[in-house]
Design a protein around this ligand. Structure first.
Ligand code: NAD
Ligand code: MN
Length: 495
């Protein structure tokens, strides 16, 4: 593993304006909003706030960049790959700065961003760079004197609305296939964490992408996000965030121009632990599944199902694990548990926890804000006595709250694991191959980990079943989101 260099504790904030057509501009009415450091509750800076007129300008720039005859449309596919690789190089060059900036803005642990998010994003960008000239159509034997082929066209002007939990990664997952396939893009970062997207915009310009190919419009969901999802000249929208907002985005698409939609929403993912396992390994895996990034992960393993034969011991060791996580500043490389992103998020998580307690859950450890420190911290919390029909079992908490459930047999646990509106991820921990095969085939989830949690790779697609959304990020499947299939049938002379 790479060693982690010290962070830049006070990264200079270089970009705070809207990025439209490769220029930095104030918002049309001069509005700004403040972004906060979740670890200290201090204001970091004011950022220009995109309003409808600004979204219109960004879409117009993206449209102009997409017109036939534009510099971008005349860029060779192989050259699109070169540009993406250059962007990846620049992200590697600025790895410490970018990781520090992201950590400052969204409270995610610096060393995690440095070790995982940035290298992972770089790999995703390089992976799709390779596809720029390698994702092609077919020639198809058809009846009669005709020649038929398909061609993969770009969709056009794409928009990406991204959340605050993994801003750099999610920007990269959407940008890379989008640009590799020759589309243009407007990105709206989350209002809690706009800074890394703006810095990435500067790298995109430095890499040499033509003006208008990528535009970044920080702002609020209800204004800038809504303007994008309702826009008559946006051809496709890729959204990651909450189910409630995902619904609004899909509805906006239906109410406007029927733009293509892909949604990566929340989850309530089960980790199923059978009794034949190494308990310490299973505890470490299932605890990491929920406590990673203070539980603010769409694929978080928030429901831990444990076989009754090892249940008591498993709970005891899970409590010990949660208690020993080192709470601290996200900039401190020894920190294992950082804050949640905002006061609202902290409140939402504490309310969900409270609802669980009121319905009879037992708080085995944690359960509080970290009152002694500034910042939006919540203690790593383990709950037992949780019932399948409780609100806290059915709703995404998006915080560091592990819920442990006891089960008896495999059919029962499969049924209970699937008893949710969501279907993003799941994990099974066992050494019994028959149990692995049975559980992996029966679970309704887009991503299933066996004897691990969270490993990811650019080629491995990610996305949900059911209300966790549709469409896949990453992997070759992601290219389908960013291409239209054009079928051409040509009359040929007969013999
Ligand atoms: P959200 O879904 O409201 O925000 C995600 C993005 O959507 C942000 O950029 C936001 O500005 C934008 N948005 C908000 N309203 C919009 C609208 N009407 N039209 C278009 N875009 C809009 O998420 P949130 O309020 O920040 O968090 C609430 C909950 O969402 C969390 O508790 C968690 O359960 C879930 N969440 C999930 C993910 C994920 O990765 N799946 C990420 C963040 C939050
Ligand atoms: Mn912030």
């Amino acid at each position: 593993m790479d060693t982690v260099p010290p962070p830049n504790d006070k990264p200079e904030i270089k970009y705070t304006k809207l990025f439209i057509n490769n220029e930095w501009t104030e918002s049309s009415d001069g509005s700004t909003f403040t972004t906060i450091n979740p670890a200290t509750e201090e204001n970091i800076c004011n950022v220009s706030e995109a309003k409808t007129a600004d979204v219109d300008a960004a879409v117009e720039a993206a449209r102009a960049a997409f017109e036939l005859g534009s510099e971008w449309r005349n860029t060779d596919p192989s050259q699109r790959g070169v540009l993406l690789n250059r962007l990846a190089d620049l992200m590697e060059r600025d790895r410490v700065y970018l990781a520090s900036l992201e950590s400052l803005d969204n409270g995610r642990i610096y060393s995690q961003i440095y070790l995982y998010d940035i290298p992972g994003s770089v790999k995703v960008i390089r992976y799709f760079a390779g596809f720029a000239d390698k994702y092609y159509g077919k020639t198809i034997p058809v009846d009669g004197d005709y020649f038929c082929y398909t061609k993969h066209d770009p969709v056009g002007v794409c928009a990406a609305i991204i959340p605050w939990n993994y801003p750099i990664s999610l920007f990269s997952w959407k940008l890379a296939p989008c640009l590799a396939m020759g589309n243009t893009l407007v990105v709206k970062p989350a209002e809690q964490s706009p800074l890394s997207a703006l810095y990435l915009a500067s790298l995109i310009k430095e890499a040499g992408f033509p003006a208008g190919v990528v535009n970044v419009v920080p702002g609020y969901g209800g204004t800038a996000g809504s303007a994008l999802s309702h826009h008559m000249d946006v051809d496709k929208i890729a959204f990651t965030g909450s189910g409630a907002t995902g619904r609004l985005v899909q509805k906006a698409a239906a109410d406007s121009n029927m733009k293509r939609v892909s949604l990566e929403l929340g989850g309530k993912s089960p980790t199923i632990v059978f009794s034949d396992v190494d308990i310490d390994y299973a505890v470490a895996t299932s605890s990491c599944a929920i406590f990673e990034h203070s539980g603010q992960v769409c694929s978080a393993g928030s429901r831990t199902f444990v076989h009754e034969d090892i249940y008591d011991e498993f709970v005891t060791r899970s409590i010990a694990y949660a208690k020993k996580l080192k709470i601290g500043s996200p900039m401190d490389t020894s920190t294992e548990h950082g804050p949640v992103v905002s006061k609202e998020q902290q409140k939402r998580v504490m309310e969900m926890l409270q609802s669980g307690v009121e319905q009879g859950c037992k708080v085995e450890c944690g359960g509080n804000r970290c009152e002694s420190r500034k910042g939006f911290y919540i203690e790593p919390t383990v709950l037992t006595g949780v019932k399948d029909d409780m609100l806290i079992t059915q709703e995404e908490v998006f915080g560091p709250i592990q819920q442990i459930y006891k089960f008896k047999d495999i059919s029962e646990v499969i049924k209970r694991a699937n008893n949710t509106r969501y279907g993003l991820a799941a994990a099974v921990i066992t050494n019994d191959i028959d149990k692995v095969m049975k559980v992996t085939s029966a679970l309704n989830a887009g991503m299933i980990w066996v004897n691990c949690y969270y490993p990811a790779s650019p080629g491995a697609p990610f996305g949900g079943y059911k209300e966790s959304g549709f469409g896949r990020d990453k992997g070759q499947y992601a290219l389908e989101q960013y291409t239209e299939v054009k079928t051409v049938i040509t009359k040929v002379p007969g013999f």
